[in-house]
Design a protein. Structure first.
Lengths: 600, 384
């Protein structure tokens, strides 16, 4: 057990890709946490998907031992956090377990939207913040300009900002020394009843559920019977340990320390993040303040391309949920796509990542319907329902009014792209709140309807600013809007998977775009097929797929009937993936493609 | 009495060179032990001939590969043996596929003497540029000469052309077809180029090194072809085959109307009615393996299985609809024991009738010209 005065707990926060994970590597290396031969880049990004995309999804914790210039050895508990807005929730709870933060800013880029958002989270958590100007090895690095930007845009005193290169290791010892000198030591009472915050939990195939904790008061020991104050569940602690970053068992965790336990817990749902752990035999009086649970804001349907994979999908979702409490799902049935699940996510990147993990780790081929948000429908019978799926929209005559969620978006963009971004926000029904300049950059604050944002806003933002705009948001609340359900009809029958809720002003444009796209995607059939977009009974856009001109095998292979049979078998196999619309069968792939490509 | 006729197919798996579009079982070989090939083909003939003794033989077809490379003596030996097993119809049609090189044309008289009474010449194109693209070993001039030799040597002859080639214009095709019709005998096979998996054309096409005419263009060419051949008295009787009335290739009709055929030689397929059951047969395709298997066992059958009723029905519909005359309900029922109306998806048949893609009058189911042009999708709908 380490004395409180010799412990420092800190989070590394930054905008995406500013070098958090790389700096963590250097800190670990400098403290001898790994042998030279074990070094690899962003070693805390352990998931395949993290390594491939070069991003952090799960926050990670490492205990380091650092011998400072005063000759004393300190225990440093490092928390690497994700930079992307979807995972802000991961950042917040890491911050709750620390007393200070390293705010990394890429000195070749400057302050970006998540720099701001994460810095404010750290300030809200009363953190001591050490600013770090990273990537000074790059020719484009402008540490002085960026230092100024931190002062002007974030409002932090950056006089003591440390210039480093996480790549070459320059400045890394200064960072370690600053952690020891500038961050406050944690406080806590060793003899008080145990109070430990449940920071995170995840599922490990060897150990089962692993619970990450930060001890406030008391001591957490192996063999102890603990109680989760929120759920009331009790468990016997099997293992107490820390990550160095290798897993290492320790006899106990005392006040100020961060580490993990296992306690034969079945699912992560039984270990709710934000809960307080206490000693069953010596109960704490009052729980620590918890976290607000993360709430999904983006919904979509996930369907197996091969209906036979439905059970596999169900199992895989359950497994994924073991490890990702912010992901939600429930069964859904679609006429166009068959059996699947309606799923809720923290944002579009989260959606994309879950989808990718399902196809990669569980080898499933999936279709995703267009992302949508939760609408609140006030019915004429004065009931209010939450609508997660446009297909479930009640009949228009039963609807009194509809509310949609709005967000407050902060966008940082170089001057020359400001015009394009303003236009994008206006096109998406945005309402400008603020426009300020700092250095060569504009900071825009806009109120935007979330449904306009989940619809490829981020991609558009990147493309109109050539990748230079950064974006962050928080959910504001619900407001009434003139929203309608846009239905797409193929051969006069509605395709549920393509229906969506849109603002009346966008309906015609969207409807036309989908019909045009479907026209390209649906192969011509024996009969011509009308495609229509409609609001209620009113057709607002239409296209026609003309009948196919030619589909015949020129050469009959003599007596080799088996070749013809193979063609027929292939067609029959193909039919399994067809969906019937009146007399025509449409390959499911057409809908998949229609859903895959974003609007233009 | 079996309704579809009875034939013999002999596969000769060798060619002088391999054409880049072709995925037939054909190989280039330096030297062949011709005596052994003859012996083994006769052995397979004996194998299947003995099982089908006494039947009335309507046709023989030497296909390939390039059977015009066969020694005429081998052809003669096979034809001489037919009577050991079967009754040979007076009207028997004996076709041999020939490539139009001068060397092969010189052998036409010998094939005639051996008993062949019809040749099908693989002209493929009457343009030297197109022949080069198709990797053919002959010129347009040689092709024309071969046709005229064929005309002199045989009562009946046909030739093949491949069209809808990359960048081929309608004008170019119409010009060639005019020429071809002027030279034609009683039969013509006109195939649109098909890109087959596993051929050099497949990867070239996939990699974008050439593009086929769009479906609309190919469909226009197909319709124009139908119109021109009809006018010249050689209307289509099958998707790609055209003939004067009564000169349809008997052998192909056996395939398409559900008749029986013995298939011998590497990779040959057969369909036989044995003890009241329909049996499908397939010989080993690799020439060397085929040779050694026949030497050892007297035949190189690698597959032989009973065709179940539902499959048989599907096959008859699949092949029968390729013919402009379609499927005769009475013949279908005699062959399968199932009424034709029960073998089809009637809702689809009604919809297809309304769309003018098929005709169906209880005695006959046939695709209209528009239907034949979309036959794959149509069959898939009818059999769904
Ligand atoms: N030249 C240079 N490149 C750096 C430096 N630090 C990080 N990088 C590179 O910047 C990229 C992003 O680094 P990461 O460490 O993954 O960034 P991150 O902040 O953890 O990113 P997220 O977890 O996705 O938010 C990687 O390609 C790193 O190699 C540096 O000091 N100099
Ligand atoms: C079995 S092949 C062999 C005939 C002979 N060896 C020759 O090449 O002349 C019969 C006919 O099929 C046609 N054919 C072969 N491959 C084709 C393809 N890929 N596309 C269109 N027709 C093809 C050609 O017209 C060819 O003459
Ligand atoms: S097209 Fe004829 S000649 Fe060419 S490889 Fe095929 S079978 Fe042989
Ligand atoms: Mg990272």
């Amino acid at each position: 057990m380490t004395d409180l005065s010799h412990i420092r707990n800190f989070a590394i926060i930054a905008h995406i890709d500013h070098g958090k994970s790389t700096l963590a590597d250097r800190l670990i290396q400098e403290c001898g946490g790994v042998e030279q031969r074990e070094l690899k880049e962003q070693m805390l990004d352990t998931m395949d998907i993290e390594r491939e995309r070069g991003i952090t999804i799960k926050a990670q914790t490492v205990r380091l031992n650092y011998t400072a210039s005063d000759g004393e050895t300190y225990q440093l508990n490092l928390m690497d956090t994700p930079g992307h807005v979807d995972f802000t929730y991961e950042v917040s709870r890491s911050l709750a377990a620390c007393e200070g933060s390293l705010l990394i800013v890429d000195s070749s880029q400057g302050v970006e939207a998540q720099t701001l958002a994460n810095a404010y989270l750290a300030i809200d958590s009363d953190h001591e913040i050490i600013s770090v100007l990273n990537k000074i090895d790059l020719p484009a690095a402008e540490p002085d300009r960026v230092r100024q930007e931190i002062e002007d845009v974030v409002g932090l005193d950056a006089a003591d900002a440390i210039a480093v290169s996480a790549k070459t290791g320059e400045g890394v010892t200064e960072v370690l020394d600053a952690l020891v000198e500038r961050l406050p030591a944690p406080q806590g009472d060793r003899v008080a009843p145990l109070k430990a915050m449940l920071v995170d939990s995840w599922y490990d195939s060897y150990l089962g559920v692993i619970v990450l904790v930060r001890v406030r008061d008391g001591v957490l020991k192996k063999g102890m019977k603990i109680r989760m104050m929120g759920t009331g569940a009790t468990h016997q602690v099997d293992v107490v340990g820390v990550f160095t970053p290798k897993r290492q068992d320790v006899p106990e965790l005392g006040p100020g320390e961060v580490g993990f336990i296992t306690a034969s817990i079945k699912t992560v749902a039984d270990a709710q993040v934000g809960d307080t752990l206490t000693d069953e035999r010596n109960l704490a009086e009052e729980a620590l303040p918890g976290f607000k649970p993360s709430i999904p804001v983006v919904f979509c349907g996930l369907f197996p391309i091969d209906a036979a994979d439905y059970e596999d999908l169900r199992e895989s979702l359950a497994k994924l949920r073991l490890n990702d409490g912010s992901f939600h799902y429930e069964p859904e049935t679609s006429a166009a796509l068959g059996f699947g699940f309606r799923c809720g996510f923290l944002g579009l990147l989260h959606l994309e990542i879950v989808q990718e993990r399902l196809s990669r780790e569980f080898d499933l081929d999936l279709i995703t319907t267009a992302p949508s948000v939760i609408y609140r429908i006030h019915q004429t019978d004065s009931k209010t329902v939450e609508l997660h799926n446009p297909a479930d929209m009640p009949d228009v005559v039963k609807i009194d009014s509809i509310e949609e969620p709005w967000i407050l978006a902060t966008i940082l963009v170089p001057d020359e792209h400001l015009g394009a971004i303003l236009k994008l926000c206006e096109d998406r029904r945005g309402i400008q709140q603020e426009l300020t300049y700092a250095g060569g950059r504009a900071m825009l604050v806009y109120k935007l309807p979330l449904n306009e944002v989940v619809f490829d806003f981020y991609d558009r933002l990147k493309s109109v600013s050539r990748g230079y705009a950064s974006f962050d948001y928080q959910v504001l609340g619900y407001e009434e809007g003139e929203l309608v359900k846009l239905s797409i009809l193929v051969n006069a029958e509605p395709v549920d998977a393509l229906s969506m809720i849109v603002h009346r002003s966008q309906a015609e444009h969207r409807g036309r775009a989908i019909c045009t796209r479907l026209k390209d995607l649906i192969p011509r059939q024996l009969f011509k097929i009308p495609l229509q977009a409609a609001i209620g009974g009113k057709i607002i856009a239409r296209e026609t797929i003309s009948a196919m001109r030619k589909d015949v095998t020129a050469k009959c292979y003599g007596g080799d009937i088996s070749r013809k049979r193979k063609l027929l078998e292939k067609q029959k196999e193909g039919k399994k993936r067809m969906r019937q619309f009146g007399a025509v069968e449409i390959p499911q792939t057409a809908f998949i493609e229609a859903l895959r490509i974003g609007d233009d | 009495m079996i309704q579809g006729g009875f034939g013999l197919y002999v596969h000769w798996p060798f060619c002088l060179s391999k054409c880049p579009y072709c995925d037939f079982n054909s190989h280039v070989a330096d030297e062949l032990d011709q005596a052994r090939w003859r012996r083994n083909l006769l052995a397979e003939l004996d194998h299947y001939g003995s099982k089908t003794k006494g039947r009335m033989l309507d046709s023989v077809f030497f296909g390939g590969g390039t059977p015009s490379l066969m020694p005429p003596g081998t052809v003669a030996a096979l034809l001489n043996a037919l009577g050991d097993y079967w009754q040979v119809s007076d009207a028997v049609e004996i076709t041999l596929e020939a490539n139009p090189t001068s060397v092969e044309a010189q052998k036409f008289a010998d094939f005639r003497a051996a008993g062949v009474n019809r040749v099908s010449v693989g002209v493929q194109s009457l343009s030297d540029d197109a022949l080069r693209f198709l990797g053919r070993g002959h010129s347009a001039r040689e092709a024309r000469q071969a046709i005229s030799v064929a005309e002199k040597s045989f009562d009946r002859f046909s030739f093949d052309l491949i069209y809808a080639l990359p960048e081929q214009s309608m004008g170019d095709w119409v010009g060639q077809l005019d020429d071809a019709l002027a030279m034609a005998g009683d039969h013509l096979s006109l195939y649109q180029l098909t890109i087959e998996k596993g051929t050099p054309f497949y990867s070239e096409h996939r990699d974008g090194r050439f593009a086929l005419p769009r479906d609309d263009v190919a469909a226009d060419m197909y319709e124009k072809t139908a119109e021109m051949t009809s006018k010249s008295g050689l209307p289509a009787y099958e998707v790609s085959n055209h003939a004067q009335k009564g000169s349809e290739c008997r052998h192909n009709l056996i395939y398409w109307q559900g008749g029986d055929y013995v298939g011998i030689g590497p990779g040959a397929h057969g369909r036989l009615t044995l003890d009241g059951e329909t049996v499908r047969t397939e010989q080993i395709p690799g020439p060397a393996n085929w040779l050694s298997a026949v030497s050892k066992n007297g035949h190189a059958t690698r597959f032989s299985a009973v065709v179940l009723k539902p499959e048989q029905c599907e096959e008859l519909i699949m092949t029968g609809l390729r013919l402009t005359g379609g499927i005769e309900a009475a013949r279908f029922e005699a062959q399968t024991g199932v009424p034709l109306a029960d073998g089809v998806n009637r809702n689809q048949v009604t919809a297809l009738q309304q769309a003018n893609l098929i005709t169906w009058d209880e005695t006959r189911l046939a695709a209209t010209p528009a239907g034949i042009l979309r036959l794959n999708a149509l069959i898939s709908a009818i059999l769904s």
